[in-house]
Design a protein around this ligand. Sequence first.
Ligand code: FES
Length: 316
Amino acid sequence: MAEPTALTRLTIAGKRRLTPDIWEFTLEPADGGALPSFEPGAHIGVETPSGAMRQYSLVNDGRAPERYVIALKREPDSRGGSRSMVEEAAVGGTLRADAPANSFPLAEAPGYLLIAGGIGIAPIRAMADRLDAEGRPFRLIYCTRSAAESAYLDEMRARFGARLTVHHDGGDPDAFYDFWDAFAEPADIRVYCCGPKALMEEIRAVSGHWPEGRARFEDFRPVEAVRPDDRPFDVVLHRSGRTVAVPADLPILEALRGAGIAVPSSCESGVCGTCKTRLIAGEADHRDKVLMPEERADFIMLCVSRAQGGVLTLDL
Ligand code: FES
């Protein structure tokens, strides 16, 4: 099993409700020490009160940060991570977090088109603030259901003026913003898009004739850990002899956690390798993006993978 990431303890210095479902947390080092710097587009992994690790985009200026500001959405089908942040994380409490990482960095370009949908505004806002501070040309299109469900709207209107376009669809898929005008002619700019799957698919479609790499996307859910047709199964823990039932709607990692068995994890999205565990018997349904083909018979990533059917025996 891979070594767990070293976590820093942070104090919750602020908690602000931005919309009915989006919350902003201000986190400061609990020991008063310095925080690692970061660039726009970065995120941190936070150990939420439920015990689940979740990745949240950093919103503030990361050049010499005295705090980390993150924004998150309480998803209706949240498996406990963001919901526990909203319901259980309180000002004055502490959380553990890992160092910033960035899979969505701003590249040098003559200009930028930033596109955000819903909570996707978190990394996009950080990018817009940096571009604005450096006097670099950009345009920001922000798509939400309504003004009430739009985070940072007044602040961004005041700061970005005509560079900000806001579109509300009222929840009607047919009222989608028409991006074609912005993409009809390929331009020497970079496009950064973060938001719901439908928005990112739309931008992928309208930018299909643009040169490779001009459009970048941020998706924190690269792997579907639980699917609607998933079935329950059991895992047998070889070392302790215990059997743990994995319900249809939970990953193995969370079922183990619920049974009081701690397994190191970080991304909980099948991309980092931290939860890699030896598979002693059984046939796995591998859903991760890290195991090599030759490892798949002998290992499993507990955060996203499941049983093909029957029981899995794990080296735990
Ligand atoms: S926790 Fe990252 S792959 Fe499982």
